[in-house]
Design a protein around this ligand. Structure first.
Ligand code: H79
Length: 427
């Protein structure tokens, strides 16, 4: 008799929620911050403003009338939606989330609300969201919108602008009813399949406003939302911004978003690009902890993703071409801490596959897996499928590895074990 079949209750597939399956499988996405702020790259009146460049309107206390004029300079003639999507795909990313409207209130699509958008107010005269949505669909990448639902420094009912005294404030309900609702409705009905709605920076609004905004997500069945609409709206996943938590939450889905450089929006002279090594290890670290990685790039006012970013995406893609099986569809490490690196896993009916992400290759040719009690079926280098010798004793499992690391950043060793994972706590 099959004991395991008796022990676990049979799930009813009809009752199971599968809408996040693709997202968990995906693990890695591209975030894009792009707006009319990208024209000046974080500078105002010739001065570098501190912090992230998409905040320049606020940091510079730029009057609305003056800021709006940047639209006249927004003409990203070098933009090619197919190319953006290809870059993401080649890096191994499975989804894209882009700023449809950031806090500055400028819509990067042909907005139903008015003329303050990329189609009507710029010489570019194209609907960037539509082009990217189409390109993602054609190339098989999931597509989603970032939308700043509370902060809007342009609308008199939006939150955040306390510097432009010429503005006659109206209630946030007016703002929500005449701008947020129609725009989000438009984004969810006229732009093809939308997989993600990524809210940002919640503020107190009326319960009706929250409910009306929230209910829009039903326009795209299965859409995934983050936890930043409001405190009573946990969404489908938790968002961590700019930092990786020490330990991922175990009872909910979560994502780390992070700019590839120092700023979300394009910032002139930003040299804080993270190294390819840091980025690949971040991806492994986040997967080890059970989360997703949403990595941001910042197109310029001309529509170019900087060579520094392109180079890193390409290098991540090269690593992914060999090692992506150790990322896609994996779940969190059963090991709390591994001195040499990280671990991800996949569970199957007959056993478990562990992927050891080795950051520090052992100089003595012995990779020690502390406390692993399972019978090892096989172990091999993911780079060339070369079988590795395994011995097991009281200290745990020891895998004999070649002298030289196959990959200087992260070499993955695949270990197939029988049954469920059993680890003796080695402290
Ligand atoms: O879109 C990106 C940020 O612009 C947005 N979220 C990510 C995804 C964001 N909005 N607010 N915050 C993040 C947190 C606010 C940080 C602040 Fe500041 C610190 C606001 C004022 C001081 C950063 C530093 C922005 C201006 C100075």
């Amino acid at each position: 008799a099959d004991e395991s079949a008796k022990a676990s209750p049979q799930p009813n597939p009809a009752q199971e929620d599968h809408h996040m399956d693709w997202w968990h499988e995906a693990k890695f996405g591209m975030f894009i911050h792009w707006g009319i702020y990208s024209v000046v790259g974080g500078q105002y009146k010739g001065q570098d403003l501190p912090n992230s460049a998409e905040w320049m309107m606020c940091r510079g206390k730029v009057p609305i009338a003056e800021y709006s004029k940047y639209a006249e300079q927004f003409n990203p003639t070098k933009f090619d939606a197919d190319n953006f999507v290809k870059m993401a795909k080649d890096a191994g990313m499975k989804y894209m989330v882009i700023t449809a409207k950031h806090h500055d209130g400028f819509s990067m699509f042909d907005s139903v609300w008015g003329e303050y958008d990329v189609f009507d107010a710029t010489p570019f005269n194209r609907d960037i969201m539509k082009e990217l949505s189409r390109a993602c669909n054609e190339q098989g990448l999931r597509f989603g919108f970032y939308y700043s639902q509370a902060q809007d420094w342009h609308h008199p009912g939006g939150f955040g602008n306390n510097w432009d005294k010429s503005m006659k404030k109206v209630s946030s309900d007016v703002y929500v009813n005449e701008k947020v609702i129609p725009e989000v409705k438009q984004l969810l009905t006229e732009y093809g399949p939308i997989s993600i709605l990524w809210w940002d920076t919640p503020r107190d609004m009326s319960p009706e406003a929250f409910e009306n905004i929230y209910s829009l997500s039903s326009l795209q069945p299965g859409i995934i939302t983050n936890d930043r609409l409001g405190k009573d709206y946990p969404g489908d996943h938790k968002t961590f911004e700019r930092h990786i938590p020490d330990r991922g939450p175990v009872d909910q889905a979560w994502e780390v978003c992070m700019p590839i450089s120092g700023s979300w929006g394009y910032k002139k002279g930003d040299n804080a690009f993270k190294s390819t090594k840091e980025l690949i290890r971040n991806l492994a670290d986040i997967a080890h902890k059970g989360g997703n990685y949403l990595l941001n790039v910042s197109p310029t006012g001309e529509g170019v993703i900087l060579p520094q970013a392109q180079e890193r995406l390409k290098e991540i893609g090269e690593w992914m071409r060999t090692y992506s099986d150790s990322i896609y569809g994996t779940t969190a490490s059963p090991f709390k801490k591994l001195d040499f690196g990280r671990c991800t896993k996949k569970e199957f009916a007959k056993g478990t596959t562990l992927y050891f992400h080795v950051f520090d290759w052992p100089s003595d040719g012995k990779l020690v897996i502390p406390g692993l009690k399972n019978e090892i079926k096989q172990a091999y280098l993911m780079s060339d499928w070369k079988q590795l010798k395994v011995t097991q004793d009281d200290s745990g499992t020891i895998i004999s590895v070649p002298e030289k690391a196959p990959n200087a950043i992260n070499s993955v060793i695949t270990v197939e074990v029988g049954g469920q994972i059993e680890i003796e706590d080695t402290g």
